[in-house]
Write a protein of this length. Structure first.
Length: 291
């Protein structure tokens, strides 16, 4: 039996955006609602947090020591050594009631990030494909963008509008970043929760955190459910492979919206968890550079 261990009792309001840096051997993650960028060193258990000036939906690894943070209205470079924040790409500057949410780099280093209404109502969200100078809208009519992940060969993109319960797949042209051949990949059953953050292993399996399902699930590349692993919290949010061998799966979680009884049953809600499911991950691409 695979057991999830609490790597950090963070008590995050809305932990998200897990990304492993294979150079520094640290896990980057964010707390969207108590807005901060976090860096966890699993070897020491030390978590360093940098407060952000507005909500932070996700992040991408950058060149050298920097990271790219997706703030409410756009992207910014952040240098953890100097704590300098340099905004460089506005995505939703004219949409004060929206914010950026889930995102991940494709194999070519393009940052795909989705937006949503702050109250998660309506379908005002978009999915953007970003490079260092331009954000290109790719999808619209989205309520809550999540499950953004890419196949090992970079030719398939996964995406979910969470309330629908369905993860979609698209053919992705690695050269120009265009999407085509949209189709349903799998539907996460409602009693198992809804699809949140996702990652892909080296064999092409898609790992999905299931919000209100208290589990993470692996799906074969053809969409068939492989297996599910229970977690000690009801609201896992995002997963990323890491560790020296990329065989540890880290999972963030949330406390937001849980009442006192729910927190009594799951006191580690908002924590960061680790487990070793038997698969190996892939190094995370870096924004603007690929690998």
């Amino acid at each position: 039996m695979i057991e999830a261990v609490c790597a950090l009792d963070a008590r995050a309001t809305l932990g998200e955006g897990a990304v492993w840096c294979d150079r520094a051997h640290v896990l980057w993650w964010v707390d969207i609602e108590a807005p901060a960028l976090h860096r966890l060193d699993p070897a020491t258990g030390i978590d360093h947090a940098w407060p952000m000036p507005e909500s932070i939906g996700c992040l991408a690894l950058g060149r050298d020591r920097s990271v790219v943070v997706a703030l409410a209205s756009g992207l910014a470079w952040f240098d953890p050594e100097t704590e300098r924040l340099d905004r460089f790409l506005e995505l939703e500057a004219n949409e004060p009631d929206t914010r950026l949410n889930d995102g991940r780099c494709d194999r070519q280093g393009r940052f795909w990030v989705g937006s949503m209404a702050r109250n998660a109502a309506g379908t005002r969200g978009r999915l953007y494909r970003c490079d260092t100078t331009r954000a290109t809208p790719m999808l619209a009519g989205i309520q809550v963008p999540n499950s953004i992940a890419f196949s090992p060969d970079g030719r398939t993109m996964y995406f979910a509008d969470t309330p629908t319960g369905t993860i979609r797949a698209f053919d992705l042209d690695p050269t120009n970043g265009r999407l085509s051949a949209e189709r349903d990949f799998t539907t996460v059953r409602l009693f198992d929760g809804l699809p949140d953050g996702a990652t892909v292993d080296a064999d092409g399996g898609l790992w999905v955190a299931q919000w209100d399902g208290g589990r993470i699930s692996r799906f074969h590349p053809d969409g068939r459910l492989d297996r599910s692993i229970r977690l000690p919290v009801p609201r896992p949010t995002c997963c990323a492979f890491g560790g020296a061998d990329l065989e540890t799966l880290f999972v963030t979680s949330a406390r937001i919206g849980l009442d006192a009884k729910a927190l009594e049953r799951a006191p580690l809600s908002g924590g960061v968890f680790s487990l070793r499911p038997g698969e190996r991950g892939l190094p995370e691409p870096r924004f603007g550079q690929g690998r």
